[in-house]
Design a protein around this ligand. Structure first.
Ligand code: GDP
Length: 139
């Protein structure tokens, strides 16, 4: 295993519900270093682009609407085995089957409104980090 970087979003549901601080605390408690963090709001083209891989899915339009409904917090995170490690801390996509103690088990309210995003592979982490952060922010 080696030190990796991953990309994460605290989604609009969790920011609106006031869970951003607790989610950040859980991420830090799991050993992640926050390299960069910013509050922003996705435009519709940005949300469509970010989730382009899901364009053919029946939930795509709803997902784009959800992700643009309010502010989000985007983060660049670093840790040993960060990509798989963050997904473990997040829990399963569907909170009904997410493990106890995970972020989604605690704060997600549905399979769509599941409070956090985390990159699923090294290639997607690189693309997603570049989507939101410039090289000078990630030194
Ligand atoms: P993730 O990597 O765990 O975030 O899951 P995916 O990459 O498969 O899906 C991206 C996002 O689309 C999820 O985090 C959810 O917000 C949403 N999503 C995924 N599957 C479904 C689904 O079956 N129904 C709905 N409504 N939304 C979904």
């Amino acid at each position: 295993m080696s030190v990796e970087r991953t990309f994460s979003i605290i989604k609009p549901d969790a920011v609106a519900a006031g869970h951003a601080g607790e989610i950040l605390a859980m991420i830090e408690a799991a050993g992640f270093k926050i390299l960069a963090v910013r509050m922003t709001r996705l435009s519709e083209p940005q949300a469509r682009g970010f989730y382009a891989v899901h364009a053919a899915k029946p939930f795509y339009a709803g997902l784009v609407k959800f992700m643009t409904e309010g502010p989000i917090i985007v983060m660049a995170l670093e840790r040993e085995n960060a990509i798989a490690g963050l997904r473990e801390v997040m829990g399963a996509t569907n909170p009904e089957i997410a493990a106890e103690g995970t972020i989604r088990k605690r704060f997600a309210t549905s399979i769509e409104r599941n409070c956090i995003h985390g990159s699923d592979a090294a290639e997607t982490a690189a693309v997603e980090l570049g989507f939101f952060f410039g090289a000078a922010e990630l030194l």
